[in-house]
Structures are given as C-alpha cells and as structure tokens.
Design a protein around this ligand. Structure first.
Ligand code: GLP
Length: 240
C-alpha cells in the first residue's frame, strides 16, 4: 500500500518531494533521480531551486521517463528540451549526467536497450518522480502495458495525444509514438513519488491507489512497490 499524503496545493507537494530529493543528494552526491515531464512535477522543480543553492549537485545523475519519437530534440516540447529548461539549467545539473531516451528515428531499434543499460550502470534510480495520465498511464505506459515491460517504443493513445495537444499548436502536431521506460523499469526505482493535482486526475488516482492491480490501469503497478509515496491535492484525492 502506498503512503498517501493529501496536500493543500501543488506547492506543498513540491516542497515535500523537493525536501526528500535534497535529503537524498546530501546522503549521496551521486544520487540518481528519475525525472518526469508534464505539468505535474513542475512545482517540485520550482521548490528545488532555492533548496539546491549551496548544495553540490555537480555529480547528480538523472534519467527522464520518456520522449516523443521523431520530434526534433531542439523542438521546445521535446522532453529533452523540457528537461533542460525545467531541471538541468535552473538547478545547475551537469547536462552530460542527465539522460533522456533517444527518440530520434536513427537508431531507435536499440535506443531502449541502451537506456536500460545506462540506468543499470548508474546503479538504478534512487527516487522516481511520476505524474499520471487521465487514463492511468505512467511514463507513457498506456493501458495494456505489461508490468514487466522495459524501455521501448509505444504508440500514444488518442486520449493522451489530445491531453498533450495543449503543448503544441494543433493536435496533429503531437507525435504518434514515444519511447518510454517500461513499468518494469519504473518498478525497479528504489522510491516512487507519484503526484497528481485536480479533479481530472481523481479517477486515475483512485484506480492507481486502491483499485484492482491491472495492466488496464498502469499506475496501479505502484501498489506492488515496497516504497511508494502519493502526493495529491483534495481534488485529486476526491474519489479515494
Ligand atoms: C504525459 C507524460 C507523463 C505525465 C502525464 C500527465 O503524457 N508522458 O509522464 O505524467 O502525461 O501529464 P500532466 O502532468 O501534464 O497532467
């Protein structure tokens, strides 16, 4: 059973998660962070800014959950760009130590294996931040994803493409494929911290936290994890 913390607002959740990350870095300056994109983790990155001032983060390592396939890495909405803009630059991390799955078409067939190897060689992820999609996806593991899955290419559902259209000019500009850590990859992280805010996430949160553990709701995999923390506001907790 995951530990559920109901917070006042996203800022409080950001502060709680950021404090945990700072504790981790103090204990191990080479900590391995599992980074997430989407709007949900932004308050965590905000809260980290003042907290890492004066802390040596030069050796902190990071692995993003996922990336669009075939989107120019320089596109402002590629997850490579988002992670640079929201995490690496403001926190002063070493860009060479923060990886995002390689979504370029060139070499896509071995990009998943390469990413898995890199995570293993880093010693695994210490703390994995997670958002959740309205359909219960984590990373880009859409309903039906195997709990044993590793980093691989997936097709985005229409629902997710519509949800993410707000980051693009038109829904047609949202890529159709992605490369994402698998549920098996995510489950190997030593601590999962899932955040969700707003009424729109209430159903996915209830399913993930106390529904049946099923591939139909990938977020429900967290119930099988020995150390999972869920930070939700009242609205996202309203169906619990
Ligand atoms: C995106 C990301 C997920 C994220 C989810 C929710 O598609 N790949 O990692 O958790 O959708 O996004 P948001 O936090 O913007 O609601």
């Amino acid at each position: 059973m995951a530990e559920i913390i109901i917070v006042r607002d996203p800022d409080e959740a950001g502060a709680i998660a950021a404090d945990e990350i700072v504790r981790l870095i103090r204990a191990n300056p080479r900590a391995v962070l599992g980074l997430a994109t989407g709007s949900t983790p932004l308050p965590v990155y905000e809260a980290l800014r003042p907290r890492v001032a004066g802390l040596d983060v030069s050796r902190v390592r990071g692995f993003a959950l996922d990336e669009y396939v075939g989107l120019d890495p320089a596109h402002p909405e590629s997850y490579r760009s988002v992670i640079s803009r929201e995490v690496v630059e403001p926190l002063g991390l070493d860009p060479a130590l923060v990886r995002v799955p390689d979504g370029s078409l060139d070499g896509i067939e071995h990009a998943g294996d390469d990413y898995e190897r890199a995570i293993t060689e880093a010693g695994g992820v210490d703390l994995q931040l997670l958002g959740i999609g309205t359909d219960g996806h984590i990373g880009f593991n859409e309903p039906g994803s195997s709990f044993a899955s590793l980093t691989r290419v997936k097709t985005l559902t229409e629902q997710t493409r519509e949800d993410n259209a707000r980051f693009f000019d038109r829904v047609d500009d949202v890529p159709r494929h992605c490369i994402t850590q698998g549920l098996g990859t995510i489950m190997r992280a030593r601590h999962l911290v899932l955040l969700a805010f707003g009424e729109g996430k209430a159903e996915a949160v209830a399913g993930a936290v106390e529904g049946a553990v099923t591939a139909s709701l990938p977020g429900s995999a967290i119930q099988l994890h020995p150390h999972a923390t869920v930070l939700v506001d009242e609205a996202a907790a309203s169906r619990l």
